[in-house]
Design a protein around this ligand. Sequence first.
Ligand SMILES: [Zn+2]
Length: 158
Amino acid sequence: MCTRCGNHHTAHQNITEFSSAALQADIGRTDEFFEECGIPAGRDLHIYPFGAYSGRTMDVLAEHFALTFGGGGSTNYSLTNPICVGSVGIGGDLAGAKALVDLTVEHRSLAIPLVHHMEPEQFDQLVALVHEQDRMGTLDVVTARDLQTHLQSLGTKS
Ligand SMILES: [Zn+2]
């Protein structure tokens, strides 16, 4: 499983409706936001609002980001493209998040849960569940940087 903050655009827009220039401008504004907040580490990661992407948006995003998440669900069985890593929006649904963890373990997949909002106590329970699975050796926690390094080792564009 993999979690991290990243660019999700200024107003959660469907970026497939942007021109390439408007998409680049929105990325720039979000970069400024990260800079102002003092968290530049998220500037090279991206999450597609609504999981929506196209070939054109992927081309623009590939110029700015090391990894983008969205679309495709939890089936990253043959993942090679860092500009479209499948993810699952879990909202504030702890039961759904736990089911995602169970399915990830059962099917030996790579799951990327996207969380817009979750009560801190529920988020803590989710983290505890993931750590317990990690301790038991049934699940590996993968950082965004580890995933990026792995995909680069495959010779894919980053
Ligand atoms: Zn979103």
